[in-house]
Design a protein around this ligand. Structure first.
Ligand SMILES: *Cc1c(COP(=O)(O)O)cnc(C)c1O
Length: 388
C-alpha cells in the first residue's frame, strides 16, 4: 500500500541525535537555540520560540497577542481541531468563518462580514491549509481597517509563500508544527515566530512555567518546551526542506496535468502569487462518489485521507458549546468532497506513476456508468471551483 504520509529520516538526523545523547543534555539546550534561529531565519522572521508541539505553539501565540477570557477570535471553520481548541484554551470564543471553495482557506469577504457584524473581534486566527497561503493582501487590508491581532496557523505550510514572502512573516505571531507527518518534523514539536521583541520575551516565559530569570515566576506559564533531541532532528530536517518541497511540487504538477480532463475529480487551485508547498494534495470528488473512490484506491494499493470530514463547529465538543449546523455552507460542502492523495517525498516516480494510472483507470468505470446524475448526486459542478 502506498501511504498518504511517511516521514523521511536521513543520516544527519541519526548523527545529530547521537551527538545529543553523547552530550547528555536532553532537555532544553544548544540544539534548541540553533533550531529556533535557523527556522526563524528561513521564514524571514526575527524571533523563534521552539515548543513541545504545534498546539502548544498556537496556544502560546494567542496568549502573546493578549487573547484572554471572554475575547472573541475569528477563525476558519475548516481545519484541524487544534486550531479552534487553542482559542478555547485561552477562555476565548471562536467565531467561525466560511472558506473560499477554490482555496479551502478563510474567505476574506466572509471574514469582513463577521468583523462588521461583531465589533469586538480581538484577534483573527488564519490557517494556511494544505500548504497554501491565505489571501494575505486581503487579510492585511482588513487588519488595517479593523485593527485586530493576526495569528497564523502555519502548521501545514513550512516554506509556503505569498508574493514571494514566507508565511509566518505576516502575522503578529505564528505557529508551526513539526508533528511526524508534516512537511518537516521533529516527532512532536512546534515553534512560535514573531517580529515583536517584547512578545518574544513573554512567549519564552509562557513556554517555561512563566519563569523570569532563574527562579521567579511572574505569570501563569506552562511546560511547553521542545527537547534538545527533537531540535536535533529539526536541524537536519530543515536542511532538506527545500528539496522536499520541490519534490512535492513536481508530483503535484504531474498529478494536475494527468488529472485535468477527469470530470469526476477537481484538482487543487494554485493562485499565481502563491507558492503552494503541498502538505496535502487535495482533490474534490462528488460527495456521493467519495466512499466508492476511496475503496477503489485502497483495492489498488493507493492510500488516501480525508482532511477533514466535518467542519469544526459540528464536532460534538462544539455542538455542546452551542454551535449549530449550517453556519458555513462552503466549508460543509468541502468536508463532503475533499480527498488527499499521496504526495510526500518518500514516494518514487514509480509510485506516482502507479497512482496516476490507477486514478485514470477509475475514469473508465465512471464513464461507463449510464446514470451520471446518480453518481454526482446533489453536488453541483460549480462547487468544484474553476481550475486555473
Ligand atoms: C498539525 C496541526 C496542528 C497541531 O499541531 P500538533 O503539532 O499536532 O499539535 C494545528 N493546526 C493545523 C492546521 C495542523 O495541521
Amino acid at each position: 500500500m502506498i501511504n498518504v504520509a511517511s516521514p523521511v529520516i536521513g543520516k544527519k538526523e541519526r548523527q545529530l541525535i547521537k551527538e545529543v545523547l553523547d552530550s547528555r543534555i536532553l532537555a532544553s539546550g544548544e540544539y534548541v537555540l540553533q533550531f529556533e534561529q535557523s527556522f526563524a531565519r528561513y521564514s524571514g522572521v526575527d524571533f523563534g520560540i521552539a515548543s513541545a508541539n504545534g498546539t502548544a505553539a498556537l496556544h502560546t501565540a494567542l496568549l502573546m497577542c493578549g487573547v484572554k477570557q471572554g475575547d472573541k477570535v475569528a477563525t476558519t471553520s475548516f481545519s484541524f481541531i487544534a486550531t479552534s481548541n487553542s482559542i478555547l484554551f485561552c477562555g476565548a470564543k471562536p467565531v467561525f468563518v466560511d472558506i473560499d471553495p477554490k482555496t479551502f482557506n478563510i474567505d476574506p469577504a466572509e471574514l469582513e462580514k463577521v468583523l462588521k457584524k461583531k465589533k469586538n473581534i480581538k484577534a483573527v486566527l488564519i490557517v494556511h491549509l494544505y500548504g497554501l497561503s491565505c489571501d494575505m493582501d486581503a487579510i492585511l487590508k482588513l487588519k488595517k481597517k479593523y485593527k485586530f491581532k493576526l495569528i497564523e496557523d502555519s502548521c501545514q505550510a513550512h516554506g509556503a509563500e505569498f508574493n514571494n514572502k514566507k508565511v509566518g512573516s505576516f502575522g503578529d505571531a505564528t505557529a508551526f508544527s513539526f508533528y511526524a507527518t508534516k512537511n518537516m518534523m521533529t516527532g512532536e514539536g512546534g515553534i512560535i515566530l514573531t517580529n515583536d521583541a517584547k512578545a518574544d520575551i513573554y512567549g519564552r516565559q509562557l513556554i517555561n512555567h512563566g519563569r523570569e530569570g532563574h527562579s521567579t515566576h511572574t505569570v501563569l506559564g506552562y511546560n511547553y518546551r521542545l527537547t534538545n533531541l527533537a531540535a536535533a532532528i529539526g536541524i537536519a530536517q530543515l536542511e532538506q526542506l527545500e528539496s522536499w518541497i520541490k519534490k512535492r511540487t513536481t508530483y503535484a504538477e504531474n498529478y494536475n496535468e494527468a488529472f485535468k480532463d477527469l470530470d469526476f475529480l477537481q484538482t487543487p487551485y494554485i493562485p499565481k502569487n502563491c507558492r503552494h508547498v503541498f502538505h496535502q494534495y487535495t482533490v474534490r470528488i462528488p460527495a456521493l462518489e467519495r466512499e466508492k473512490f476511496i475503496k477503489y484506491l485502497a483495492d489498488n494499493g493507493v492510500g488516501s485521507g480525508i482532511y477533514y470530514d466535518t467542519v469544526l463547529y459540528k464536532q460534538p465538543l462544539y455542538k455542546q458549546l452551542g454551535y449549530k449546523s449550517g453556519l458555513c455552507v462552503e466549508a460543509e460542502k468541502a468536508a463532503c468532497e475533499v480527498l488527499s492523495l499521496p504526495v510526500h517525498p518518500s514516494l518514487s516516480k514509480t509510485d506516482t506513476d502507479k497512482i496516476i494510472k490507477v486514478i485514470k483507470g477509475y475514469k473508465n468505470e465512471y464513464t461507463n456508468c449510464r446514470n451520471r446524475s446518480r453518481i454526482f448526486g446533489t453536488a453541483p459542478r460549480k462547487n468544484f471551483g474553476t481550475a486555473q
